[in-house]
Design a binder for this molecule. Structure first.
Ligand SMILES: Cc1ncc(COP(=O)(O)O)c(C=O)c1O
Length: 393
């Protein structure tokens, strides 16, 4: 009898979405640029199905479908949709499941433009949003209303790094007939299996780790058969389009996601532990550290940790001192986004409405890239020395 062999994630990363037989044996799905897709007959024109077939460039090319299939396979969802950006995936998800009179519960730690979309756009269409303490867990039941249609999570929050109890939140969400959305950009489809955890719609800024090289913009929504049609309607009506070249780059990035993430994780742990030992740092907000308040949840629910975390300095520094540190960094560059191969550093201030964010020091967010940790640590060491030298006693 043939031995049943489980397909491991490393294998899914390599084989997912590939179809050399349909592409002259070419290993990587090629880039298809398309708007018009011709029908050979009237019968074909009448019967082609935009949900399954390649019918028009905006609705997806074979390159896009390859990426969508590979991502869904990896995360354990049934279907995926590629959007023009991560924020595009967030807005499609929220619009697909809400209408006037509905209520959304959103984690207070959500990526700020997701908050703004609720407050500045959904509100105009009669959808109310309440923010909740990211650590609320089962007590989210106290905030559920009759008209709550969506609960929106992000674990860990990508600036403040609180961990959320997604299975507990999922249970309550489903008891109330709502859907649970989760921004899984930090965890990626590799390290957080959203659908095993009870998520209905998983959102990725593929711009970050999936692309992995800081050179393309893309979002991906992954969902289950149960919610597929609702997401599809929202996706199709919103005019979203994922650029074919960016889909190609994301698919190419996906093949090495596993090895890259393992290295980001290893490097981040070394740098985080070093930072923890420094007197200029009062807190390192990295869930893989034992000192992180959400460490047990991370251990329970995640298969790994990635390269993004924040630190809280020992006090608040003005821009003259911060500039002395950051302007002269050799390897840590300042720039939006994260998830590429390079290290980044930026000051940040989480925006809150349901919870208080008042640490006693400045927050810096670091992305730990694939450089050697000895070089990263000496860059930070010299930076912290400049910070201290420039700050008033
Ligand atoms: C957690 C998170 N979600 C979503 C996004 C949005 O992704 P994009 O920049 O591709 O729109 C970002 C971007 O920084 C992010 O950090």
């Amino acid at each position: 009898m043939k031995k049943e062999n489980k397909t491991h994630d490393e294998t899914k990363l390599i084989s997912g979405g590939r179809d050399p037989e349909s592409n002259f044996g070419i290993v990587n799905p090629p880039v298809y640029h398309a708007s018009t897709v011709l029908s050979p007959t009237l019968a074909d024109w009448r019967t082609r199905d935009p949900m399954k077939d390649i019918v028009y460039g905006r609705m997806g090319t074979p390159t896009q479908k390859s990426l969508e299939n590979a991502t869904a396979l990896l995360e354990g969802g049934d279907k995926a949709f590629a959007t023009s950006s991560g924020l595009g995936a967030i807005t499609v998800a929220l619009m697909s499941f809400t209408e006037a009179g509905d209520h959304v519960l959103m984690t207070d730690s959500a990526y700020n433009p997701a908050r703004s979309f609720c407050l500045n756009v959904l509100a105009k269409y009669g959808v109310e949003t309440t923010f909740f303490d990211p650590t609320i867990g089962k007590n989210i039941s106290n905030l559920m209303k009759k008209n709550t249609k969506v609960v929106y999570a992000e674990t860990p929050g990508s600036l403040s790094f609180e961990m959320q109890d997604i299975p507990a939140i999922s249970e309550i969400t489903h008891e109330h007939g709502a859907v649970l959305m989760h921004d899984n950009t930090w965890g990626t489809p590799l390290f957080f299996k959203s659908f095993d955890m009870g998520v209905d719609i998983s959102i990725h800024a593929a711009t970050k780790y999936i692309v992995g090289h800081s050179d393309a913009m893309l979002g991906i929504l992954v969902t289950t058969d149960k919610h597929y049609e609702t997401v599809y309607r929202g996706f199709r009506s919103s005019g979203q389009h994922a650029a074919p070249d960016d889909c190609y780059l994301a698919l190419r990035g996906l093949r090495t996601l596993g090895v890259r993430l393992n290295q980001h994780q290893e490097n981040a742990l070394v740098v985080a532990r070093w930072l923890e030992s420094r007197e200029e740092i009062s807190q390192v907000l990295y869930p893989a550290l034992e000192s992180h308040p959400g460490h047990e949840l991370w251990k329970r629910d995640f298969l790994g940790s990635t390269g993004l975390f924040s630190i809280i300095l020992d006090k608040h520094y003005d821009d003259i001192s911060l500039g002395a540190m950051l302007d002269e960094m050799d390897l840590f560059a300042m720039g939006a986004s994260w998830g590429g191969y390079e290290s980044l550093i930026l000051p940040g201030s989480p925006i809150r409405s349901a919870t208080k964010w008042a640490p006693e020091g400045t927050l810096l967010r670091l992305h730990i890239g694939l450089e050697h940790t000895e070089n990263l640590i000496s860059d930070l060491d010299a930076g912290l020395a400049r910070l201290k030298a420039a700050s008033k006693p």
